[in-house]
Design a protein around this ligand. Structure first.
Ligand code: CP
Ligand code: NVA
Length: 320
């Protein structure tokens, strides 16, 4: 039976009223608080409290989603709040209406905005024009909420992440960039393995190296040997469909197979943010492998984002 929290003994929200556009919008100590809260929520300790009672979150989607949409919606419900999903067909972000006007309308009705967009700049524009928290639910540059769930999973399985060797194989995309940022926050050792020409964002990498993060870039798949975490993501991200054939050719040999998983550390694990494009970056036998934790990872999207929502919005009072 979990120790049930009451409204009198909740932890203080550590990022109250802030935006979360990148993992670097939080300090290492704030990440620690969010992951501790996520673990406590997963243990069922928050069952009797509704800290976001009376609050609403708008979910704005320029792109498709299963996990992000479901977990933010269910997460708000479980915390006592409410979510409203706005597809781009409905609101035409930047087309039917300029982004700043969308932000200036939403802030009058809801208490937070989660945006899944193409350009990081769109999130910045939303954040600059709204006085309420704006959360990055994936851009072409970053996927910071995914990494919260990923590190919750790593901590559960390995008892911590500092010094653990995380090897990301595939496209130097939004996931790769966010992995690099997490190396700064957690002191994990992150190796990004890509084909030539598909490296992660240079600015993100330079920023991490300047901060002393343990990040390595390579084309050598030998990096997998003895890794604690092997991570991959799709070769063709949303919006890159016109490059599909070229990308499939470029990434030949970078597929995560069950044989590759046998090369991990004894308690090493396979993670994938999902959705998987089976036959490309991986195969069903890998996500079903005994070292795969991909469905625990997907579950943790709910716990980690509930914790984030609490720490961003937990101090707010309903305005109505
Ligand atoms: N991993 C992830 O963000 O999944 P969705 O695209 O389904 O939201
Ligand atoms: N890199 C992928 C992640 C999907 C969750 C994309 O951007 O489509």
């Amino acid at each position: 039976m979990p120790t049930l929290l009451t409204s009198d003994n909740l932890p203080a929200p550590v990022m109250a009223g802030r935006d979360f556009l990148s993992n670097l919008d939080m300090s290492a100590a704030e990440l620690r608080s969010v992951l501790d809260t996520a673990a406590s929520m997963k243990r069922g300790e928050w069952r009797n409290v509704k800290p976001l009672s009376g609050l609403s979150l708008a979910l704005v989607f320029e792109k498709a989603s299963l996990r992000t949409r479901t977990t933010f919606d269910v997460g708000m419900y479980q915390l006592g709040g409410h979510a409203i999903t706005l597809s781009n067909q409905e609101i035409g972000l930047g087309k039917r209406e300029r982004v700043s006007d969308v932000a200036r309308n939403l802030e009058r009705w809801v208490d937070g905005v989660m945006g899944r967009v193409y350009l990081q700049q769109t999130l910045q524009e939303l954040a600059e024009n709204a006085s309420i928290p704006v959360i990055n639910g994936l851009s072409d540059m970053l996927h910071p909420v995914q990494l919260l769930a990923d590190y919750q999973t790593i901590e559960e399985q390995l008892g911590g992440s500092a010094g653990k060797r995380v090897v990301y194989i595939g496209d130097g995309n939004n996931l790769a960039n966010s992995h690099i940022q997490m190396a700064m926050l957690t002191r994990s050792s992150v190796t990004i393995v890509t084909p030539i020409g598909y490296e992660p964002n240079g600015g993100v990498l330079q920023g991490a190296l300047q901060q002393g993060a343990d990040v390595t870039l390579t084309n050598d798949l030998g990096a997998v040997d003895g890794a604690d975490v092997l991570y991959t993501d799709v070769w063709i991200s949303m919006g890159q469909e016109s490059e599909a054939e070229m990308r499939r050719r470029a990434f030949q040999g970078y597929q995560v197979t069950p044989q590759m998983l046998e090369r991990l550390a004894p308690d090493g694990m396979f993670l994938h943010c999902l959705p998987a494009h089976y036959g490309e970056e991986t195969v069903p036998e890998a996500t079903e492998h005994r070292k795969s934790r991909v469905f625990d990872q997907a579950e943790n999207r709910l716990h980690a984002q509930k914790a984030l929502l609490y720490h961003l919005m937990g101090g707010m009072k309903p305005r109505w």
